[in-house]
Design a protein around this ligand. Structure first.
Ligand SMILES: [Mg+2]
Length: 183
């Protein structure tokens, strides 16, 4: 498998339903936080995130956070959720993803990592040997470094959508962006 090519793309985490995960044989879902579930500026999970996570747990799917952000951000976000968590995860390096799968008693075949960045999240998933789901960033940064990364990502996604013609194209951006404009 290509290191950088996602296995599936979704317009937002909300499209990743328990039924879809069960169909795909997923038992452990490793989650990026920033711009995958919430923008950087949102310190705590909103009711949509809570309901979605709860629906996963009720379906027997174990969510866990794998974030490159620091302890204070990640622990505050997780305070009321109390999910398994690894902050400072150093994605794309696979070490912490592997440790988390082991800690949860999972295996590579039934684990997926979902995130918003190809060179961090997708690459980490594939270096770990698990599947990668990609969503568009909720409120993207606009600095030169980020814009360059997005340009590179669009090249990879262009090739991806040549094969996956029936998936919604995430290059159009996240439908969640407008919910967060007020923040
Ligand atoms: Mg992210």
């Amino acid at each position: 498998m290509s290191l950088f090519r996602p296995d599936r793309t979704f317009l937002s985490y909300r499209q990743v339903t328990p039924a879809l995960l069960q169909d795909m044989g997923v038992r452990v879902l490793l989650l990026d936080i920033d711009n995958t579930l919430a923008p950087y500026e949102q310190p705590e999970p909103d009711e949509h995130i809570r309901a979605w996570l709860q629906s996963l747990v009720q379906a027997g799917i174990q969510p866990a956070f794998l974030s490159n952000n620091h302890a204070d951000r990640v622990e505050l976000f997780n305070q009321t959720l109390a999910l398994p968590v690894k902050f400072d995860a150093h994605k794309p390096l696979p070490g912490n993803a592997k440790k988390m799968i082991k800690r949860l008693g999972g295996d590579k075949k039934s684990t997926v990592l979902m995130g918003d960045q190809i060179f961090t999240d997708v690459c980490c998933a594939h270096m770990t040997g698990i599947r990668a789901f990609l969503v568009p960033p909720i409120v993207d940064r606009t600095d030169a470094g980020t814009r360059f990364k997005r340009w590179m990502e669009r090249k990879i996604l262009k090739r991806y959508y040549k094969k996956h013609t029936n998936e919604p194209d995430i290059r159009q951006g996240s439908p969640l962006t407008k919910e967060h404009k007020k923040i």
